[in-house]
Write a protein that binds this ligand. Structure first.
Ligand code: PMP
Ligand code: GLN
Length: 378
């Protein structure tokens, strides 16, 4: 067999999750809540099934769900998208990202990716014959050096992938960053994929600066988001994709032959549930409480932290504790201390090791208490 992805192995999420199970460890590795979603949302899905919405949904997604998404974006970011032509419901953000890359990237096209990067971008670029061009985020604060970024743009650059709030670092792009990006792309045809799956998980009064807030960026951007993160249902794999009509037209050419459409009863439930803004606006405070608890409970420990500005991940530096590389240390943490995390060197960092692990704090109080007790003892 000639592999199209010879260097790709099993994802770190599967590896660490399996190891955590084998050692009966507390699992703060893969990003998912270990508590149940709102019973009201579950009841809406059951109702949609009983009401007979059990066959294929329309290809672009349920019209009423797309309309609610359009109103949400209008009220949060003051941009109008046409639900009919500019919003598509997808199988999670993963399928939106894969489809967007497949629709636009071909042999020899360069795609700029900021590293550490969420792990699904680069294989999708490579399998389509594209060339991922990595730009390292600053080691100290995971910010983007925009001059360095501009020096990496070539005539072959077809696409840039940004992710704010950022997995794994928990940083967010500020308004100034978005303006730098907008300025850097003026007079180019470069497409932006903006991975905004943590759009509703931002802390300390910061705002989520969606690309949709910036006219010239919005005109070239495909926004990908996920209900899995927002409504504590990562297993449902329902998300959405937003882009100007011309881009969305191309996106759907691929989408219709990739999945055609997405889970129908769940779209009905989400359409109703999303109509109440407090269901997503309450998320910032909810997760900030968990981040604060996690960080406070670690005070006095040997681990170092810059508080996450968004997402449900907190990075912890372990260089006061061990000289091991992050993968070795993360595995030992599972085997010897029954606590699972994610070593961030695996996020396409070309082997760079910052001696940092990522911990998911989308967990119950009891789980976070037990996890931080373990970290305090090390
Ligand atoms: N992008 C980022 C940054 C993520 O963290 C995730 C999943 N956790 C995804 C995309 C994929 O989202 P989904 O599960 O909806 O496919
Ligand atoms: N996005 C989740 C994380 O970062 C993982 C999803 C997956 O396993 N692909 O932990």
């Amino acid at each position: 067999i000639i592999s199209k992805l010879p260097d790709v192995g099993t994802t770190i999420f599967t590896t660490m999750g399996q190891l955590a199970k084998a050692h009966n460890a507390i699992d703060l590795s893969q990003g998912f809540p270990n508590f149940e979603p709102d019973p009201e949302l579950l009841a809406l899905v059951a109702k949609a099934m009983r009401d007979g919405h059990n066959q294929y949904a329309p290809m672009g997604g349920l019209p009423v769900l797309r309309e609610v998404i359009a109103s949400k974006i209008k009220s949060l970011h003051q941009r109008t998208y046409d639900p009919e032509k500019e919003i598509t419901i997808t199988v999670g953000a993963s399928q939106a990202i894969f489809t967007a890359i497949t629709a636009f990237i071909g042999k020899g096209d360069e795609v700029i990716v900021f590293k550490p990067a969420y792990d699904c971008y680069e294989p999708a670029i490579a399998v389509n014959g594209g060339i991922p061009v990595g730009i390292q985020l600053n080691k100290a604060d995971y910010k983007i050096d925009w001059n360095h970024f501009r020096s990496k743009i070539t005539p072959k650059t077809k696409m840039i992938i940004i992710n704010t709030p950022h997995n794994p670092s928990g940083t967010i792009l500020a308004k100034e960053d978005m303006l730098e990006l907008q300025k850097s792309l003026a007079n180019t045809n470069i497409i932006v994929i903006s991975d905004e799956v943590y759009e509703h998980i931002v802390f300390d009064g910061h705002e989520h600066e969606s690309v949709s807030r910036f006219e010239d960026l919005a005109a070239r951007s495909i926004i990908c988001s996920s209900f899995g993160k927002t409504f504590h249902v990562t297993g449902w794999k329902v998300g959405y994709c937003v882009a100007p009509a011309a881009l969305m037209h191309e996106f759907r050419k691929t989408h219709q032959f990739n999945v055609f459409c997405v889970d129908h009863p769940i779209q009905h439930a989400l359409a109703t549930y999303l109509q109440q803004p407090q269901h997503y606006l309450s998320l910032n405070g909810f997760y900030q409480g968990k981040r604060d608890y996690f960080l406070n409970a670690l005070k006095g420990s040997q681990f170092t932290a810059i508080p996450a500005q968004g997402t449900y991940f907190q990075l912890l530096g372990f260089s006061n504790v061990s000289n091991e590389d992050d993968i070795t240390f993360a595995k030992r943490l599972i085997v010897e201390h029954q606590l699972a995390s994610i070593p961030i060197s695996v996020f396409n960092m070309n082997g760079q090791d910052h001696k940092v692990l990522r911990f998911c704090f989308a967990k119950t109080h009891d789980t976070l208490e037990r996890a931080t007790e373990i970290l305090q003892r090390i």
